[in-house]
Design a binder for this molecule. Structure first.
Ligand SMILES: [Zn+2]
Ligand SMILES: [Zn+2]
Length: 131
């Protein structure tokens, strides 16, 4: 088993944060949800916690767009509109970015050998991220 060491994870965090500043958003993105797949479809990365009268604790991008404002309580209506806008503007590789982020934080453990396929989902990964 060849896990990423702490220095490798730190440099991955720094590279992702520099390239994808939306990771720092306080309400959406991989930092604010538990690592894992969308609770509605089970195939996309979790991106935003819900608080509405729905049974999914966190949704990915496509499901958030489909469920819409019903995923949040009335009190979060304005915020939710903004969150949906941010989610819709994320780059196509955002799910891969989220999964890499969870590897970089240690929330998800992968063998070093499993990292290249994740990195390959990023355009020009080698330009910014050391393998
Ligand atoms: Zn989903
Ligand atoms: Zn709410």
């Amino acid at each position: 088993m060849n896990r990423l060491d702490a220095a490798q994870r730190r440099s991955l965090r720094e590279a992702l944060g520099a390239r994808y500043p939306w990771i720092g958003h306080d309400d959406i993105g991989p930092r604010v949800v538990e690592a894992g797949e969308c609770d509605r479809c089970g195939t996309e990365a979790r991106m935003v916690p819900t608080c509405g009268p729905v049974r999914w604790p966190a949704l990915g991008r496509a499901c958030a767009a489909e469920v819409g404002l019903d995923a949040w309580c009335d009190g979060h209506g304005d915020d939710a509109r903004a969150w949906l806008g941010v989610l819709a503007a994320l780059p196509p590789e955002a799910d891969a970015v989220a999964r890499l982020w969870w590897v970089a934080t240690g929330e998800v453990r992968v063998d070093a050998a499993d990292l290249p396929p994740l990195l390959d989902a990023l355009p020009d990964a080698t330009a910014t991220i050391q393998r």
